[in-house]
Design a protein around this ligand. Structure first.
Ligand code: FES
Length: 104
């Protein structure tokens, strides 16, 4: 069974930005793309478990703040050394001005 969890008001995430969201002992990263769509991935880099919410959003890429590894945050695909393990992605929807994350 999966649940939709309210993350925040959509205005709490700026375009081209990412925030950290913790739920049930797990950390997620929630993104607002430059073209104003919302996305979610695991919140920790697969290289050394650094918070991706401290990183930089550039188009459809999140750049890790520690070693500048890159992922496509829409697909979870690892895109730049030193990261080689993909991120898991999660469904996101916007309803009544709020962002919701689907967790397993
Ligand atoms: S911890 Fe993210 S690239 Fe190394």
């Amino acid at each position: 069974m999966s649940d939709w969890i309210k993350v925040c008001a959509m205005d709490n995430i700026n375009e081209e930005d990412v925030i950290r969201f913790d739920h049930s002992g797990k950390t997620y990263a929630i993104y607002r793309s430059p073209e104003d769509t919302f996305h979610a991935t695991d919140g920790l880099c697969t290289h050394e478990k650094i918070h991706l919410a401290d990183g930089l959003v550039m188009d459809d890429i999140i750049e890790c703040p520690k070693h500048n590894g890159r992922f496509n945050y829409k697909t979870g695909a690892a895109k730049g050394a030193p990261v080689c393990v993909n991120l898991q992605t999660y469904p996101v929807k916007v309803e009544d001005g709020a962002v919701f994350l689907q967790v397993a």
